[in-house]
Write a protein that binds this ligand. Structure first.
Ligand SMILES: [Zn+2]
Length: 236
């Protein structure tokens, strides 16, 4: 996965700024994989999509990730530093497009949820309705024949088959020693970084444009090292 140029990443930020988290994920991947049709990217399982996003984040901002959390026991801020490779060692093979599950003597055919499936959920805030809509799309066997507890097991098995779709970080508070797990969402993590980066970059463009009268495109085409040097020279 190659890093996006400053102009490309700024373009993604601008296009996806007012969009949903799922659309932001797809916009980042579309910019990084221009050879992949949008339908193919939207058809990746969530775990596969997030593996690509982890690789893109590594290529763009470096291999080290720092997650911040508040200790649920004492409230102290806790920091965890890790690498993408810590989350998937060895790199997980892509799960099959369709799975046959055997649950309580039943053979059930399912598909792993994709971004396209999540985008099709009309009421994502209503968890029960969202679960029903996801099952309607991803359970390929006749749902009417499947009792509710088995449907819960289907959801659990789908999650197991696509482990990167639900990354859990093991955190420990340095203050009180409390240990807990927290979900790590690469999309919101990466997007927060992109947003902070874009604001900082546009501030730099403003400073250099005001000082030298350069065009935005020319300033964006500078390498970060050159931009930094010019900024030092104008005291920005
Ligand atoms: Zn604590």
């Amino acid at each position: 996965m190659r890093a996006l140029s400053a102009t490309e990443l700024l373009g993604v930020w601008e296009r996806a700024f007012s969009q949903s988290s799922i659309q932001r994920a797809l916009a980042l991947l579309a910019a990084a994989c221009p050879e992949s049709p949008p339908d193919a990217l939207a058809g990746l399982s969530i775990g596969q999509r997030d593996a690509h996003l982890l690789a893109l984040r590594e290529a763009t901002f470096g291999a080290e990730f720092t997650a911040l959390a508040s200790c649920p026991a004492c409230g102290a801020a806790t920091e965890l530093t890790f690498r993408a490779s810590d989350l998937q060692a060895p790199p997980a093979p892509a799960p099959p497009a369709e799975l046959m599950l055997q649950i309580e003597g039943r053979d059930l055919r399912v598909r792993l949820p994709t971004s396209a499936d999540l985008l099709a959920i009309t009421r994502p805030d209503d968890l029960a309705a969202a679960r029903d809509q996801l099952l309607a799309r991803c359970l390929l066997s006749d749902r009417n024949q499947v009792p509710e507890p088995v449907l819960d097991a289907v959801i659990a098995q789908m999650a197991l088959a696509d482990p990167l779709a639900d990354i859990q970080l093991a955190l420990r508070c340095a203050g009180c020693g409390h240990a807990w797990q927290a979900a790590f969402d690469i999309v919101s993590f990466f997007w927060r970084e992109v947003h902070a980066w874009a604001r900082g970059l546009l501030r730099e463009v403003h400073t250099l444009a005001a000082a030298y009268g350069w065009h935005e495109a020319d300033i964006l085409a500078l390498s970060p090292a050159r931009r930094r040097l010019y900024l030092e020279m104008v005291g920005g």
